[in-house]
Design a protein around this ligand. Sequence first.
Ligand code: AOF
Ligand code: ZN
Length: 353
Amino acid sequence: MALALSLARRGLGRVWPNPSVGCVIVDRDGHVAGRSRTQDGGRPHAETEALLEAGARARGATAYVSLEPCAHHGQTGPCAQVLIDAGVARVVSAVEDPDKRVAGQGHAMLSAAGVGVHANVLAAQAKALNEGFFSRITRGRPFVTLKLATTLDGKIALSTGESRWITGEQARAHAHLERAQHDGVVVGIGTALADDPELTCRLPGVRSAGPVRIVIDSKARLPVSSKLASSARATPVWALSGSESVPLQAAGVKVLRVPVTAGGVDLAVAMKALGTQGLTRVLVEGGATLASALLKLGLVDRLAWYRAPSLLGEGMSAVASLGLTVIKDLPRFRHEETIRLGEDVLETYRPAT
Ligand code: AOF
Ligand code: ZN
């Protein structure tokens, strides 16, 4: 199952709207006969690919799957049926699929056909791996990671706006890896205008179409000449906006209409809109206004904080006003892990709740 999970991990950021599932077929002699993960774009599912590799050796074998095999008829038949037809004797599964079309029925189909089912193996790890998919299904929105790259005193740029580079090469390469493992990368229009970012994933050895690039842009101000809009046909760009924009749409940008209030785009609705589009994991990359707005709304599920051992003093903070007046209202987090990246560190946190 650990192998199935590590295969599944490779699919993160590549398989939305589907979960990333790993499958390992172990034949009657105890040898691995087939292994696969959900393919890029979400299909074929892990099981069909692994069974294809195993061929006749699947008969009497044990299949380890990091998510309950599906029970519904999509573009192809249910994976539970494919496992039954291949003569698999036993299925070891990590966690029940929260999708209503499956939700226990995959396990039931297998049992009814006489296949031994052993469920909930490494369930917590499997659920954590597909936290994005679970979030989309149960909360209707993607899992949100807020990425910040700051000095020790929490600054992201000089008052002049200069910010290149605060963190070192290793930290920046790691940030590209984070991008590759997300379905979408989100910035506010302020950052899009100030930095004219590409938000693509540039990593040697990582072949990826790259995450969908998303701009929170209440008034559809993203210039058609921006790096984002002008490359929208190569890597998708979506604008979450209160109004239509014929020029942006003509440039290939998908404009998703969302309600706008005095404070800007309604972010709770915007995140649901991303969920409806199928995104399961998004990485928010700036700027300070978007960060504070998401934090205030409790829409941040994970903080990824890159910190360089330097100080800036005056300058722009990573997080804009949170409107706090008493200490007891501070958003609190619990530390998850620390990774050293050259001279910098990456610390990840979860809301303390
Ligand atoms: C599996 N193995 O590798 C994956 C599964 O639209 P479809 O037909 O591709 O079905 C998508 C649903 O299938 C998805 O919501 C989830 O319940 C399940 N994903 N199931 O047996 C896999 N990716
Ligand atoms: Zn399936």
